[in-house]
Design a protein around this ligand. Sequence first.
Ligand SMILES: [Zn+2]
Length: 350
Amino acid sequence: MPLVSMRQLLDEAAKGGYGVGAFNVNDMEQIQAIMMAAKETNSPVIVQASRGARQFAEDLYLFRLIQAAAELNPDIPIAMHQDHGNSFETCKSAIELGYTSVMMDGSLKEDGKTPSTFDENVEVTRRVVDYAHERGVTVEGEIGVLGGVEDGHGAGGSGLEHITDPDQAVEFAERTGVDALAIAIGTSHGAYKFNKKPDGSVLKMDVLIAIHKRLPHTHLVMHGSSSVPQDLQDVVNKYGGKLNPTWGVPVEEIQLGIRNGVRKINVDTDNRLAITGAIRKVFAETPEKFDPRDYLKPAREAMKKVVALRMQQFGQAGHGKDYTPLPIAKMAEGYKSGALDTRPSMAAGR
Ligand SMILES: [Zn+2]
């Protein structure tokens, strides 16, 4: 099956009332882990690569691996997404490679660190939307600024400094026509999200609900949504790691988000922890081993377990074969005719 549009995956998720995990990849084992989990749970898949991942793996290696995943799993819909594009050029290059979805994160300037103005964000995102939709490719935008730093991208901070303003979110959706919107509701990137156990009100639910009510056709995205479970931290620390105590976003909070319009949930840290813990364990218990397969295989298995669990928890499990994926060209027609228009003024009558 060719790679499918992320928009279609998220539209289907909205119909079914579930969320879809978007898992970051840098190499073959991570891609395989996701596909193993998707097969086991019968789940649709969003795979995403950051700019850092594209540099690390080299564009073509990474993209060909995704194509191999699609070819080997013809019955699983897979969307390939650029995570945190920092400029029109970054998004354009991903689309030229064959990515079926891009994030234009115009909440930050091109340096990926300095918050931009609202108008700058609208302008660059609108430009990406025009280019992408003409080609049937999905666009995720971001309004508000997320906390933390991921792969060198991010403004830092706790995630509570720039909570998304619902009025601005509506204006942004109207002026850009994005398919999906990352909103800042208190989450942040990286392993160190909270320095004490969250009390069950981690997310700014009222903000999320207000935005979803006014933008029912724009899919909401949660970034920085690893749960950083204690057992994964424990394995890393037991075998020589030195992670400081930390807490992520509890799965129940994510599920509450999914009940209120969140359709895409970005997870990276949990997989990194699972991989590192598994490798450390092999090194610590059998220091005589030196064949990379001896530790990459358990690492892949550990990530698969985390991904399969999240697929169950987000509700995407069991929905891998619900629908026939549309070719990207069909999506382009839908954008052109207005059938896929998400702008509040245009979508209201549908
Ligand atoms: Zn992110």
